[in-house]
Design a binder for this molecule. Structure first.
Ligand code: SF4
Length: 124
């Protein structure tokens, strides 16, 4: 793990439960890390959310996506355009980036590279 990755992990893990996927979308999910969903879903909840809003896999925790949708609508410090990104369709996570710094990947644009066939994948 690089120094930048270690720093990023040290900052984000205690606050957001950051899993260092290398493609951070916290700002568009109400500062809720979708990688903490047991199914690592990136685009909203599975069909198993319990009536009380808790997770079907880990009943002791609230569904990550219930939190994400609620927070994206209510967190006052989030700019409007970030709150609206909750509706974006996110590409599948690229597991080759696991453990790398999403800060660095943001600067280089690597975090925007999408699989072949995905819209805006740059493959025509
Ligand atoms: S209930 Fe929510 S947190 Fe649990 S697996 Fe489904 S989407 Fe993920």
């Amino acid at each position: 793990m690089s120094l930048v990755s270690a720093l990023e992990h040290a900052v984000k893990k205690p606050v957001f439960g950051c899993q260092m996927c290398g493609q951070c979308v916290l700002h568009s999910t109400g500062m809720t890390c979708p990688m903490t969903c047991p199914k690592t879903l990136r685009n909203g909840p599975c069909g198993g959310v319990r009536e009380n809003g808790h997770c079907e896999v880990k009943p002791e925790m609230r569904c990550v996506w219930v939190n994400a949708v609620t927070r994206s609508a209510t967190l006052p410090m989030l700019p409007r355009r970030w709150r609206d990104e909750i509706d974006d369709v996110r590409a599948p996570v690229d597991n080759r980036l696991k453990g790398t710094s999403s800060w660095r990947n943001l600067i280089t644009g690597r975090d925007k590279a999408t699989p072949v066939g995905w819209p805006d994948d740059g493959h025509g």
